[in-house]
Design a protein around this ligand. Structure first.
Ligand SMILES: [Zn+2]
Ligand SMILES: [Zn+2]
Length: 109
């Protein structure tokens, strides 16, 4: 069996739905809410999968990387981060959220 997933047509993935589509025809689109983002090849071909179809992809196909779907997955202008296991906007500022520490006075009379 061909270890490479048939990528088929480019789908509108802006709604982050599973792009599994046997036969690559719209009537067969899974359409479930995607939970996984799969990078099929280093060139950037990526797909979205629901839990059952991610399991099938792991079983049947080779792919480059995967991570849980986040808010930036498959959105225009985003890039894949292998290290952080997510998608991100390349221009995004790295915001460090510092917890505001409120001194706790113990035993204050
Ligand atoms: Zn699916
Ligand atoms: Zn992603």
């Amino acid at each position: 069996m061909d270890p490479f997933a048939p990528l088929g047509r480019t789908m509108d993935a802006g709604r982050q739905q599973c792009t599994y589509s046997p036969g690559d025809i719209p009537a067969n689109d899974c359409g479930a809410q995607a939970t996984w983002h799969i990078l099929w090849a280093p060139n950037g071909d990526a797909g979205l999968a629901c839990d059952p179809h991610m399991a099938e992809a792991r079983h049947r196909f080779v792919f480059t990387d995967s991570h849980r779907v986040g808010p930036d997955c498959d959105m225009p202008g985003t890039a894949w981060s292998f290290d952080e296991k997510r998608c991100f906007h390349p221009g995004e500022l790295v915001t460090v959220t510092a917890a505001v520490e409120v001194p706790v006075r113990e035993g204050a009379a």
